[in-house]
Design a protein around this ligand. Structure first.
Ligand SMILES: [Cu+2]
Length: 301
């Protein structure tokens, strides 16, 4: 009787211990969950605060701050760029979520535990071979489609400008107007274009490879000696835009700057008239540039 009562009290004690143990385990689990939630909240808060305090715009955060295009064709490039980033973000977010899920779901729960070891999952391996292939083919398709649209030359231009990239600045021959403008590193060239009119650009170089780049056009093309590279764009926003050489072409490459000014037609006509009045009628003879890299204003020919 005493024994059984003793056994009973042992049983009660064991139950109480088990409950206390359960309580401690539950408490610990709840504490860990709270800690995790707090860590996630702090992480999200720090990320949000750093993005807000840095003053970044959506364009800067999501699309890495591509300038808004100032040509009709620039919109195609903007769409390609933004579409590629949206696709990249979707793939990135899914990938990061899967990585985090795998890290948490299959983490080691006890220090003596070994997580389940797996290998040769054929369906998964086929999936992660085929999916990237589909993504790359998708990017290739949209790039090729847009590139052929932007580079299409239809010969229905309103004005033609021959762009001469030389060491170390630029000359612009207005072929339909019989006038030219030329720059030097000290007095960079200016290219004036009428707004809303299709311009045919013909790129030539008398010396080395340069690259004609107007940042806000979202477009650049190499200027190659012995070759005439042609493209057509329609600037559709009045304004002043920075241009530069985008091909490391020698010692004064960094000084190959120029300005593009997109103006109304009347102002353009006036500009051409002023050029002619200043003795810049006719065309700049590209043959004058020689291989010694002399600046045009130093030439004696
Ligand atoms: Cu250059």
């Amino acid at each position: 009787m005493r024994q059984s009562s003793h056994a009973g009290s042992v049983g009660v004690a064991t139950d109480q211990q088990a409950r206390a143990q359960q309580g401690r385990t539950k408490g610990r689990a709840q504490g860990q969950a709270r800690g995790r939630r707090r860590a996630i909240a702090v992480g999200v808060g720090v990320l949000a605060a750093s993005l807000t305090l840095s003053g970044c715009t959506t364009n800067e955060i999501v699309f890495l701050d591509l300038p808004s295009p100032v040509t009709k064709e620039g919109v195609i490039i903007q769409n390609l760029w933004q579409g590629s980033w949206i696709a990249a973000w979707v793939v990135g977010i899914i990938t990061w979520a899967l990585m985090l899920w795998a890290a948490f779901a299959y983490r080691r729960r006890h220090k003596d535990d070994t997580p389940e070891q797996t290998q040769y999952n054929i369906p998964i391996e086929i999936l992660y071979t085929v999916l990237p292939l589909i993504m790359i083919l998708g990017l290739f398709f949209f790039t090729a489609r847009d590139q052929s649209e932007i580079l299409a030359v239809s010969n229905d231009q309103d004005e033609t400008v021959e762009v001469v990239g030389f060491r170390w600045n630029w000359a612009f021959n207005y072929l339909d107007q019989d006038a030219y403008a030329i720059g030097t590193p000290n007095l960079p060239a200016e290219l004036v274009l009428p707004v809303g009119e299709k311009i045919r650009f013909e790129l030539v170089s008398p010396d080395v490879i340069h690259s004609f780049w107007v940042v806000d056009f979202l477009f650049k093309m190499d200027v190659i000696p012995g070759k005439r590279n042609v493209f057509e764009l329609t600037p559709d926003k009045v304004g002043t835009y920075a241009g530069k050489c985008a091909e490391l072409c020698g010692v004064d490459h960094a000084r190959m700057l120029f300005t593009v000014r997109v103006v109304e037609r009347a102002e353009y006509d006036q500009y051409i008239a002023d050029l002619k009045e200043n003795g810049q009628g006719g065309l700049f003879d590209t043959g004058l540039s020689n291989d010694d890299g002399q600046m045009p204003d130093e030439r004696t020919i």
